[in-house]
Design a protein around this ligand. Sequence first.
Ligand SMILES: CC(C)(COP(=O)(O)OP(=O)(O)OC[C@H]1O[C@@H](n2cnc3c(N)ncnc32)[C@H](O)[C@@H]1OP(=O)(O)O)[C@@H](O)C(=O)NCCC(=O)NCCS
Length: 165
Amino acid sequence: MSVHVRLAEPGDDEALVDVDDATWGPWSSPVERPDRATRSSFVDPDDDRTEHLVAVVDDAVVGYVGLRAVGPSPSHDHVLQISGFGVTPSAQGRGVGRALVEAALERARGRGARKVTLAVLGHNAVARRLYERCGFEVEGVLRAEYRLGGADVDDVLMARRLEQG
Ligand SMILES: CC(C)(COP(=O)(O)OP(=O)(O)OC[C@H]1O[C@@H](n2cnc3c(N)ncnc32)[C@H](O)[C@@H]1OP(=O)(O)O)[C@@H](O)C(=O)NCCC(=O)NCCS
């Protein structure tokens, strides 16, 4: 299977909302899924802090990863954050997620970032393992940060350092 990763385009929105609908749940996000009618576009020309990369397999968009600048201060300019990540269930387990994270790291390096951060729920074992395989390390754990499905769930803060050539 060949996976092509590229920047999201306005025409991808419908497919990306489908990916979100299929992958959003209390195992992956601490907040309720936004209502389809009211959610903002994945490609917003007014937002120069956030961009999305999409994975295409057989001409179909099957996943995405978001990459956004963290803070308003220049002291934070070297950090980008992975924000939003999902692969449609029928395409999971075939390396698409890993291709997206690796492309996001390459993109971040190209934008001059020296560090990429993310937060992942403690019980999201598949995502945590994938991030570790991509070189992310745990930098902190917010214990019992969320109450989901009747259980206390940690928020795990991870980061990957990038070398700049
Ligand atoms: C996390 C997610 C994006 C991974 O996408 P993916 O395309 O399945 O990832 P990959 O195929 O690259 O697999 C990465 C690793 O997870 C493993 N994996 C994938 N799906 C799995 C599953 N259902 N059960 C167990 N392991 C699984 C793969 O075997 C692979 O492990 P390896 O590197 O040891 O071989 C996908 O599971 C998903 O959309 N989950 C719901 C949304 C989510 O949790 N987002 C992250 C929020 S922080």
